[in-house]
Design a protein around this ligand. Structure first.
Ligand code: GTP
Ligand code: MG
Length: 260
């Protein structure tokens, strides 16, 4: 068959050819089956990420409630800020490829425990463990995994408390237990991790001397965290002493009221 000249005519010619082929019922059947399979996988993935997003919101709300309740009873916020993120498709696939895991939705759910991530930035080191304790007390949350990089920092100098929580997400089809990675750290630890991540990962730094200097920065920050903690504890002890004294003075004043 003679091909018509020019791009536009050629396109019409090819489209017509495809349309002709689609008249073949067996080919049409194959295409529909393929599209159906791809859509099933995409919808499974969407459902998984929907559950992850819902679980992340549940954990964030729980943390906000704990923070407000703590403020009402102790007149101080243990949480400075909360950040959340859903892992990107690219990072999920990269992580699975690195670990040699076949990239299926079931494997994502089973092996990638940080699809949903919540970062909790606290003022003081003891606030981190207070928040952990308050989360552990909640019956609907389960702590599946705990890594304390504050007690045992990473070689890089990285410090944080990592928890993998399991959260029930109530959906029309039933409860979907969903994992959320929670990273708890002080403002100081977060400052170090953010800059170190930028310097080390983005620029692929492998200079031993510079890595050593980064690690010693982490140690300086850890000592500052300890000192800030100790200042606050002493301040609180002093405030409590003053409160006790005021209470006694108040009682004495009441006792001094002249009798009629
Ligand atoms: P991943 O495959 O990275 O999840 O490894 P893992 O499961 O052993 O988790 P790990 O406990 O090492 O924590 C991983 C997360 O912690 C990373 O995604 C970072 O957010 C953070 N992290 C761990 N090590 C470092 C570090 O040396 N520097 C910085 N800046 N962040 C770190
Ligand atoms: Mg991890």
């Amino acid at each position: 068959m003679e091909r018509p000249e020019g791009n536009t005519t050629l396109k019409v010619f090819e489209d017509t050819e495809i349309m002709d082929q689609l008249q073949d019922p067996r080919l049409m059947q194959m295409l529909l089956k393929g599209a159906n399979n791809v859509l099933d996988v995409m919808l499974d993935y969407k459902q998984l990420m929907f559950a992850a997003s819902a679980a992340m919101k549940i954990v964030k709300t729980k943390l906000e409630i704990l923070d407000t309740e703590f403020k009402m009873t102790h007149n101080r916020d243990p949480i400075h800020s909360i950040q959340t993120r859903l892992k990107s498709q690219a990072s999920i696939l990269e992580k699975m490829a690195k670990r040699g895991i076949e990239p299926t939705t079931e494997n994502m759910e089973r092996y990638v425990s940080d699809l949903a991530g919540v970062r909790v930035i606290c003022g003081y080191v003891d606030d981190i463990y207070t928040i952990e304790h308050l989360l552990a007390e909640q019956d609907d949350l389960e702590i599946l995994e705990r890594k304390d990089y504050i007690v045992s920092p990473k070689k890089s100098g990285y410090r944080s408390l990592h928890l993998i929580l399991q959260v029930p997400v109530f959906l029309p089809g039933g409860i979907r237990k969903t994992k959320v990675e929670v990273q708890l750290r002080t403002i100081g630890m977060d400052f170090w991790a953010a800059l170190e991540h930028e310097i080390r990962y983005k620029k692929n730094l492998d200079n031993e001397m510079l890595l050593k200097r980064l690690e010693s920065c982490a140690e300086v920050i850890a000592r500052t965290d300890q000192e800030m903690q100790s200042i606050r504890t002493e301040m609180e002890a002093h405030e409590n002493q003053q409160k006790d004294m005021e209470l006694i003075l108040e009682k004495l004043r009441r006792f001094d009221v002249p009798l009629p």
